[in-house]
Design a protein around this ligand. Structure first.
Ligand SMILES: CC(C)(COP(=O)(O)OP(=O)(O)OC[C@H]1O[C@@H](n2cnc3c(N)ncnc32)[C@H](O)[C@@H]1OP(=O)(O)O)[C@@H](O)C(=O)NCCC(=O)NCCS
Length: 175
């Protein structure tokens, strides 16, 4: 069963959201209006919560998890993803925050307590180290990521286009 509860929490998925049959969603997870989760994603909200906003796409093979409460991380750490976010193929988002209108390039890893502020693009294959804050409106690439330059108007426009494009695509998949 790909969508399943864990202890006292069951996933809450908006009726307009799209989940591929092969995606696995467990526990304290909320997925908002018109968002989409593509083949072979794992979204495991067992030891803390995962929140995904509206019109956000989580592309194929992405893994989203959290950190548990311990003396190493008091209270644990949730993962929060905003609205209109594009998460590329095979990304790992671990106990971090991604604000609205970001694009997380394919194969990127975002680690605990990192914050990606609104309207940031991260190049494919990047690593965002624990606790790092990526400043709104910039392009970041590399492992570890470095700030490259401000996004230009066309790139900022693309962030909105990408979210809308995936919203339309999920409607075609829903049939
Ligand atoms: C980063 C990206 C957005 C565009 O880069 P760009 O327009 O070439 O940017 P620039 O020309 O300003 O390049 C900046 C520098 O970063 C380098 N660079 C580009 N992409 C990079 C990446 N993924 N990792 C490391 N370095 C990268 C460029 O070679 C350049 O290096 P230089 O300054 O030494 O010459 C693009 O390469 C990318 O990775 N896009 C992600 C696409 C994706 O995963 N989409 C989601 C799935 S649909």
């Amino acid at each position: 069963m790909p969508i399943r509860p864990f202890e006292h929490h069951a996933p809450l998925i908006h009726p307009t959201a799209y989940l591929d049959d092969t995606a696995v969603v467990i526990g304290d997870v909320e997925i908002g209006q018109d968002s989409s989760v593509w083949p072979l994603c794992v979204i495991r909200g067992d030891i803390q919560s995962i929140r995904i906003g509206a019109r956000t796409n989580i592309q194929d093979g992405t893994i989203i998890h959290v950190t548990h409460d311990s003396r190493f991380c008091p209270g644990g750490q949730a993962t929060v993803i905003g609205n209109d976010v594009t998460v590329g193929h095979k990304v790992i988002l671990h106990a971090c925050a991604i604000e609205d209108y970001c694009l997380i390039g394919m194969g990127t890893i975002v680690m605990d307590k990192a914050v990606v502020q609104a309207r940031v693009t991260i190049g494919a294959g990047s690593v965002v180290p624990p606790g790092k804050v990526l400043e709104s409106g910039y392009l970041y690439v590399g492992s570890p990521v470095r700030q490259v330059r401000p996004l230009n108007d066309r790139e900022l426009e693309f962030l909105e286009y990408s979210a809308q494009n995936y919203r339309r695509l999920k409607d075609r998949h829903r049939g």
